[in-house]
Design a protein around this ligand. Structure first.
Ligand SMILES: Cc1ncc(COP(=O)(O)O)c(C=O)c1O
Length: 356
């Protein structure tokens, strides 16, 4: 092989999500299993004309509406092709080759993937065996070599959240070594206490949001970054010119302005999660407290086997784990009560036959 390949990219091992998921009921990636109301989707689709598709995207109209929706100044916000891409931009912009990115472990796997791709040194701070995370351990992982600290609030996959006082201690320690803190709020609205106001009171803190979870637009790829205008300026400098497509911008604008839509989505998910957790607990299951749209269920049968049989026999996808700490559990995304009832029927059937 004579050509040059970036050594960090060459050394990165990737596992891409399975294909053909439309044929399954999807409880594995924390999407909304059923999606937005069909009438709303049809109404917005009518706005997409040949001319609309022929024209390059212009994010400003959405960004103005979104900043007003959040109640923050326009210059504190930018949009990216999914928060996946936002993570890449933030790492490219504020990371330094060979220097540290501190995250908890386990967390959303793209954090370590992006570290590998960009040659950043990933410093994972492990959870304790009881699935709690020590803020003191996070603080001591932050050193003069740290460039970025990531807090996912609530964390995926564990579902825990951070106290604001602890977040401030982490931000201030990061600030003392000139590091940037990125707070990933992918699961905001399932957990309502946002840290955007806290973030905006510092000049080294960014918040990430996504339209893939509560807003049910994972297919369109839209994530946002919120923070001090100088930080946002640097993120914008590193971006592709037409990073976010016009269909995503249109749907996102219509979702945030549609009266009652967000409230209905939140209520439906809360009702489904309550029903799901109560039914499992009544049936003697250990179910984690989670502040997001997913829960950990300790299966009675072997978790990997239960997940495989749900997929093969019931056409249902869940997330099992090889990681020893999480190995006894499956992670199940939550949705409406009807979605969760369909899941439970299949789940109990498999569990009963594993016990027999
Ligand atoms: C914590 C967290 N951040 C970011 C993402 C990526 O979301 P997006 O679809 O916006 O790329 C996910 C997706 O599961 C996530 O769990």
């Amino acid at each position: 092989m004579a050509y040059y390949v970036d050594p960090d990219i060459a050394a990165t091992g990737r596992v891409f999500p399975m294909q053909g998921r439309a044929a399954y009921r999807r409880f594995d990636m924390n999407e909304n299993p059923s999606g937005l109301p069909e009438a709303f989707v049809s109404k917005v689709l009518k706005e997409i004309t040949p001319e609309f598709l022929a024209t390059y995207p212009e994010p400003d109209r959405f960004l103005n509406a979104y900043a007003a929706f959040l109640g923050v100044p326009r210059e504190c916000v930018t949009a990216c092709n999914g928060s996946d891409m936002a993570i890449r931009y933030v790492f490219e912009t504020f990371g330094e080759h060979g220097k540290d990115v501190v995250t908890v472990s386990p967390t959303f796997e793209m954090y370590w993937v992006e570290c590998c791709i960009l040659g950043l040194n990933h410093v994972p701070v492990p959870y304790d065996n009881d699935l709690t995370i020590s803020v003191e351990k996070i603080l001591s992982a932050i050193t003069k070599d740290t460039r970025i600290v990531v807090l996912t609030n609530p964390n995926n996959p564990v579902g825990n959240v951070y106290e604001e006082a602890d977040v401030r201690r982490i931000i201030e320690k990061a600030d003392s070594v000139n590091a940037v803190v990125m707070i990933d709020e992918a699961y905001h609205y399932f957990y309502e206490r946002s840290l955007i106001d806290t973030a905006l009171s510092y000049d080294n803190v960014l918040v990430l949001r996504t339209f893939s979870k509560l807003f049910s637009l994972a297919a369109l790829r839209l994530g946002t970054v919120i923070g001090d205008p100088k930080l946002i300026h640097f993120v914008n400098n590193g971006k592709l010119t037409f990073d976010v497509n016009s269909v995503a911008l249109l749907f996102a604008e219509r979702v945030i302005e549609e009266p009652g839509l967000l409230e209905a989505l939140i209520e439906s998910e809360k009702e489904g999660k309550r029903y799901f957790v109560e039914t499992l607990r009544t049936s003697g299951y250990e179910v984690s407290e989670s502040s997001a749209n997913f829960v950990f269920v300790r299966t009675k049968g072997d978790a990997l086997t239960v997940a495989r049989r749900l997929q093969e026999e019931e056409k249902i996808l869940v997330h099992p784990y090889q990681n020893p700490l999480l190995r006894p559990f499956i992670r199940v995304s939550t949705g409406s009560k009807a979605d969760m009832a369909a899941f439970l029927d299949a789940f109990f059937k498999i569990e009963r036959s594993e016990e027999a």
